[in-house]
Design a protein around this ligand. Structure first.
Ligand SMILES: *[C@@H]1O[C@H](CO)[C@@H](O)[C@H](O)[C@H]1NC(C)=O
Ligand SMILES: *[C@@H]1O[C@H](CO)[C@@H](O)[C@H](O)[C@H]1NC(C)=O
Ligand SMILES: *[C@@H]1O[C@H](CO)[C@@H](O)[C@H](O)[C@H]1NC(C)=O
Length: 472
């Protein structure tokens, strides 16, 4: 008993520290964190660097064993940049998983900012601490490492530019051992300049089936090239996030603090959208749905708790016009007391602890994967999501959440779904529990490691380098 209360205290301390970090964002990079949002589209999101989850992992971690066959293999990871955005952080997670499996891991950042940069410095040091080597993107060392490596993993479509820069006409020497990890689903990535070598690499690893299909279609129809072997690898939740999600004390403390800061009472219902504010993420349509749901509740005289919506991910500098449109809408409809805006945050866990329902309203082709969706499910939250992209592979309609169409035609269905969850408390809780079970079944870090391990095994076999290990 004594032991467990000590543990509690430790957790609480940690979470209060975390809260301090959120509410004084100026502490900046004191906490270095992990990706909590979908890496897709991170290019379009400027200083994206912020929608991230939890402080750095403590102590040595348990090794899931899936990547043990990588022992003493040399793996070169090529990142298009090093920042706190989804893509690079995900590749860093892989770097650490590979290190845990005993691999020798070398990291290259293709594009570093000209000026010394605090973020780059912190992230590089974090890697060095974990035994990842960091080398310059160009020059003899890069070339030699790539040629000696058992496997080269390129991260994002844009990283393709590195191949020509380093190998010039000798690029075919390295292509058979390149695994290309793709997290994008936007038109402007389908450029020959980025992806012309794609048909000749050992494989492409993609975050969802929908995204993989889209890449197959687009490359063939637009560029006349064929995709290599495709491997779909759904992402998983980090151990840190799961730890927060499964710690009821931490959850309660975070919930109280965040609700307090928003002026939302414990018994009020809080719906949230947690994404960088931009038209593609559909905050405008969500607010319309939220307003419509209030109308329905009023017209039908439904008994529900006080309803609130919070939009986490504001960045006035990035999307001033769109933000203004959102604020104007709220004023026009006189729902200022019920709608809250929160700036992009260093961490999402406190918001997930504080809310009752996550809305994933990404438009058009939807999310490439949508990591926030599995993070919300870890916190036992039902998800109201657009029936598009990766969301359809995560949310089970009617079981772990409810899906609505993307676009304007989704506004009323989403409003109705909001009302459904507002009026059916039991259903909301059941959906949250089902979501949590689904996460435990397939969206944990060890699931991701297992899926990646399968791909790496196959690619190593194919590229014929699995037999020789790196010689020190
Ligand atoms: C790919 O193309 C097929 C046939 O044209 C189409 O039915 C399918 O919807 C497309 N898939 C995606 C994800 O674009
Ligand atoms: C949110 O960001 C804006 C500028 O983008 C800033 O003026 C405002 O003070 C921030 N709000 C909080 C609560 O930090
Ligand atoms: C989700 O399920 C509801 C019924 O529970 C159904 O009306 C709706 O069409 C389904 N949506 C999708 C996208 O499958």
């Amino acid at each position: 008993m004594a032991k467990s209360s000590v543990t509690c205290l430790n957790f609480q301390k940690r979470w209060i520290l975390l809260l301090l970090a959120i509410f004084s964002i100026s502490t900046g990079i004191a906490f270095i964190m992990r990706a909590a949002f979908d890496p897709c589209d991170f290019h379009s999101r400027s200083v994206e660097e912020v929608m991230v989850s939890i402080p750095e992992r403590r102590g040595p971690e348990k090794n899931s064993g899936f990547l043990d066959f990588m022992k003493s293999k040399l793996i070169l990871l090529v990142s298009h940049e090093l920042s706190l955005s989804g893509g690079p952080l995900l590749l860093m997670e892989l770097a650490f998983l590979l290190r845990n499996g005993g691999a020798q891991v070398v990291w290259i950042t293709n594009q570093n900012p000209a000026e010394p940069n605090e973020v780059v410095y912190s992230l590089e040091h974090r890697m060095l601490d974990r035994g990842v080597q960091v080398i310059p993107a160009k020059g003899p060392e890069a070339l030699e490492t790539a040629l000696n490596a058992n496997l080269v993993i390129l991260n994002t479509a844009v990283a393709g530019k590195w191949l020509d820069a380093v190998f010039k006409e000798g690029v075919s020497r390295v292509l058979p051992k390149v695994l290309w990890w793709i997290h994008e689903m936007r038109g402007h990535y389908f450029k020959l300049e980025y992806v012309k070598h794609l048909p000749f690499v050992a494989g492409a690893m993609i975050d969802s089936h929908t995204t993989a299909e889209y890449w197959r279609n687009r490359t063939e129809q637009r560029l006349g090239i064929k995709m290599p072997q495709n491997y779909v690898v759904h992402l998983g939740n980090s151990k840190d996030l799961m730890e927060a999600a499964e710690d009821s004390v931490a959850r309660r403390v975070l919930r109280e603090h965040v609700r307090g800061s928003l002026g939302v009472r414990n018994e009020d219902l809080l719906f949230a959208i947690i994404n960088s504010v931009s038209r593609g993420k559909g905050q405008d349509l969500f607010l319309q749905s939220f307003y419509e749901s209030l109308q329905i509740i009023q017209e039908q005289k439904l008994q529900v708790p006080s309803m609130h919506a919070v939009i986490v991910g504001s960045d006035m500098k990035a999307q001033p016009k769109f933000e203004k449109q959102l604020h104007d809408f709220v004023v026009e409809k006189k729902i200022q007391d019920q709608v809250h805006f929160v700036n992009k945050s260093l961490t999402v866990a406190p918001y997930l602890a504080a809310i009752d329902v996550l809305v994933q309203n990404s438009q058009a082709r939807g999310e490439c994967f949508g990591r926030i969706t599995i993070e919300a499910m870890a916190f036992q939250l039902p998800v109201l999501g657009t029936a598009a992209g990766g969301t359809t592979e995560i949310v089970v309609n009617g079981s772990t959440g409810l899906l609505h169409p993307a676009g304007k035609e989704g506004v009323i269905p989403l409003a109705k779904n909001i009302v459904k969850l507002a009026t059916h408390v039991e259903r909301r809780f059941t959906m949250g529990k089902k979501g949590f079970e689904r996460v435990k079944e397939r969206f944990m870090e060890h699931h991701m490691a297992e899926r990646i391990a399968k791909v790496l095994k196959e690619v190593l076999k194919k590229s014929g380098t699995s037999a020789h290990s790196f010689k020190y």
